[in-house]
Design a protein. Structure first.
Length: 233
């Protein structure tokens, strides 16, 4: 059960209905194509469950799934993040797939719900804000579930995503990272789409400290830091 509403409307509804802050737990599963991570979020009040990305064999998640998860949030449609989507749907036929509107044609299914920037997704008591972050890929979405954010391949522990795809854009990545993610409160904790760093998750404040890619002075500086990063990989 979920609804998607725009931010302004959400603010009103939240005040009116006095929706309480909820608490939740996050399990992570590492594997897939390249240390990909699938997350399973469980609301500790209503026990609603939500999955982020279909990057891992469903069998790994099953021992931790109580009934049928409500939805799967897609961070972007690079193959490694959706490679097990058919298995997930086969196991849970009413699972709702949620992703950016530009990817609707990839999910020609009745149960695909598309979202855009700043849409709020309410699943039980879990309230996600969609932040469209093109750059690494055109349909990248970060899902903010305060105090955490699921960043897909937009930001990892220690660096940003890369811009090697046909639909990548370093200008857009700079804009997404610097104007949409790094402007969030410093204590927001990043849960990335791959386990590439020295640890699994990191707060924005600490990530800025350890990553030159997150301390660029401007777009040109970001481009030159990225060039250096790519040369030294
Ligand atoms: Fe990707």
């Amino acid at each position: 059960m979920f609804i998607i509403i725009k931010l302004q409307i959400f603010q009103l509804i939240r005040v009116k209905l006095m929706i309480p802050e909820t608490d939740f737990s996050i399990r992570y599963f590492i594997g897939g194509y390249d240390n990909n991570i699938t997350y399973l979020i469980t609301c500790n009040i209503l026990k609603t469950q939500v999955i982020v990305d279909a990057a891992i064999d469903i069998g790994m998640l099953l021992p931790f799934i109580d009934s049928e998860p409500s939805a799967i949030l897609i961070t972007h449609t690079h193959t490694d993040h959706i490679s097990f989507i058919d298995e997930y749907i086969e196991k849970f036929p009413s699972l709702t797939i949620i992703g950016h509107s530009d990817s609707a044609n990839l999910f020609k299914r009745k149960n695909f719900k598309y979202i855009n920037h700043k849409h709020i997704i309410k699943i039980g008591q879990l309230l996600f804000t969609a932040i469209h972050t093109p750059g690494h890929y055109y349909d990248s979405i970060c899902y903010l579930l305060k105090p955490v954010i699921f960043t897909g391949d937009t930001i990892f522990v220690g660096r940003t995503g890369r811009v090697k795809s046909r639909s990548s854009s370093i200008n857009e990545l700079y804009n997404s990272v610097y104007h949409k993610i790094l402007t969030l409160p410093d204590n927001i904790r990043i849960y990335p789409g791959h386990d590439y760093g020295k640890k699994l998750t990191i707060q924005i404040k600490e990530n800025k400290k350890i990553s030159p890619l997150l301390r660029a002075k401007d777009l040109n500086d970001f481009i030159s830091i990225m060039k250096e990063y790519e040369m030294n990989r």
